[in-house]
Each structure stands twice: as structure tokens, then as C-alpha cells.
Design a protein around this ligand. Structure first.
Ligand code: TMP
Ligand code: ASP
Length: 241
């Protein structure tokens, strides 16, 4: 059955989600639009949509092989991915291997300090509130996820780190930290959203040069080049192998 796009279900900062003619599925369309600091900063990163879609597809396939259930079904085009339609859990799950970003601010530890063993953090997915940090008791109080679901998603987050970290290191990339979203579909939990330089911090393993959205957030220049470099290492290199 040829997949046809139906109505727009949701438009976010970086993606549009469409209904399709196949029940239980949606299409994620990846835009070049970029925002930071809860959309106070806006811009365009040319070619980002294609990088993020294809890198996500590559990493979702890798995770499926490692038996992590993901919403990914099929890559439809350069910017479109067919996915299971999830009821998204309103928690952003962050895994950290190296201190950077808000963890450096919160703790005063210098950027670049190893985090051993890696840690998992939870944030409330709420634009009006600016994604505040939550602990397990807040999650229980707000009924964002059941205790069983929460335990599952924290365990999956660390398993995902165990798959992605060595894979990316082979491509010369340090996986500093990343954000995951999970959701429910027909009684089962799946990893959703995307895994891309928008949602991961990636540093060159030799030079520690930033190759992710921090170049946009911090006005470091070379934003498009960084996304293309990650594309070459993760997507193209994978195809050649
Ligand atoms: P943080 O250090 O700003 O808390 O970010 C941690 C990770 O989460 C980093 O890899 C970037 C990613 N992230 C998102 O995907 N979306 C967001 O809105 C923010 C703030 C961070
Ligand atoms: N995408 C988020 C926003 O618009 C933040 C970020 O990635 O830094 O605020």
C-alpha cells in the first residue's frame, strides 16, 4: 500500500507530524527550522531536516537490531519517516556521559568532566514551563508515567546509551549527552521522536570540536558544516560499510 499523507496532526519547532492512510502510523517530516532557549532564538540550518531524518533512521535501525523497540517503520524520503503513532509520555529523558550544558551550570563542574557511570535525568516536556527538571516522585505525583513505565524507560535509556556510545565512537564522535522521548502504542512502550545533532551533543573524539546544535545555540559558526560532517560519518559511512 502506497503511503499517502493525511492531515497535519502537529507542528513542532523542528518537525511536522502527519496522519497517513495506514492505520496506527504517522509521518514525521523534518524541517530545517532551528530554535533554542525555548524558542527565544530562531534560525534555519540548511540541510538539517535531511541530516536529522537519515541519522535518526540509521540509529533507530541500529537500536532495533539491539532489541530496543522504536517507533521507526520506514524511511520514505530524505525528510520523511513513517512511524508508529505514539501517545507521547510528557517526559524528556536525558542521558549524560560527559558534563556539558545545564549539568555544568547546575553543578559547577567544568564542561568535559567525565560522568561515570552515566546518569539519567528527567524533565517535564512543557514549553510554557520551559521543561523543568523532575524527580521520580514528581512523575508519580503528576501521573506522567506509572512506576513500572518509569523504571522501564530509565533502563532503556541506559541500554540505548550502551548501543549508541560505542557505535558513534567508531565514527570518531564522543556522545556527550542526549535526549529521548518515549510513548505508548497499542499497549506497548516504544522509543519515539528523533536522535540527531539537535537532540545529542557530539564532539569530535580527537579535537573535542562541537559537532551539534550547540554551534547554533552558542553562535559558534560552521553550523551547517558540523551537521554535514555528522551525516558523512554516521549515515554515509554506515552505507559504505
Ligand atoms: P541540557 O544540557 O541543555 O539540559 O541538554 C541536554 C541534552 O538534551 C543535549 O544533548 C541537548 C538535548 N536537548 C534537547 O534535545 N532539547 C532541548 O530542548 C534541550 C534544552 C536539550
Ligand atoms: N529546541 C529547544 C527550544 O526551542 C531548545 C534547544 O534545543 O536548545 O527551545
Amino acid at each position: 500500500m502506497k503511503i499517502e499523507l493525511g492531515q497535519k496532526l502537529y507542528e513542532g519547532k523542528a518537525k511536522i507530524v502527519y496522519a497517513t492512510n495506514r492505520p496506527g502510523t504517522v509521518v514525521q517530516y523534518f524541517k530545517d527550522d532551528a530554535t533554542a532557549f525555548n524558542a527565544l532564538k530562531r534560525g534555519t540550518i540548511v540541510g538539517k531536516g535531511e541530516v536529522n531524518n537519515q541519522m535518526s533512521a540509521t540509529l533507530f535501525r541500529l537500536l532495533e537490531k539491539a532489541r530496543v523497540p522504536t517507533h521507526f517503520l520506514e524511511q520514505l524520503s530524505g525528510r520523511e519517516m513513517l512511524c508508529r503513532h505514539l501517545d507521547i509520555i510528557k517526559i524528556e529523558t536525558i542521558v549524560r556521559n560527559i558534563v556539558a550544558g545545564s549539568l555544568a551550570k547546575r553543578t559547577g563542574l567544568p564542561e568535559g568532566t567525565p560522568v561515570r557511570p552515566p546518569i539519567v535525568e528527567l524533565y517535564y516536556k512543557s514549553d510554557p514551563l520551559g521543561d523543568p527538571m523532575l524527580n521520580d516522585e514528581h512523575v508519580r505525583m503528576m501521573k506522567l508515567a506509572s512506576p513500572k513505565e518509569l523504571a522501564w524507560l530509565k533502563k532503556q535509556a541506559l541500554r540505548i546509551n550502551d548501543v549508541l556510545r560505542p557505535f558513534l565512537l567508531k565514527k570518531g564522535l564522543l556522545l556527550v549527552d542526549f535526549k529521548l522521548e518515549f510513548g505508548r502504542h497499542r499497549g506497548t512502550l516504544y522509543l519515539g521522536d528523533e536522535i540527531s545533532p539537535d537532540t545529542c551533543r557530539l564532539w569530535d573524539a580527537k579535537t573535542r570540536q562541537k559537532l551539534d546544535k550547540d554551534r547554533f545555540r552558542q553562535d559558534l559558526g560552521g553550523v551547517e558544516d558540523a551537521y554535514q560532517e555528522v551525516y558523512r560519518r554516521v549515515v554515509q559511512d554506515g552505507k559504505a560499510a
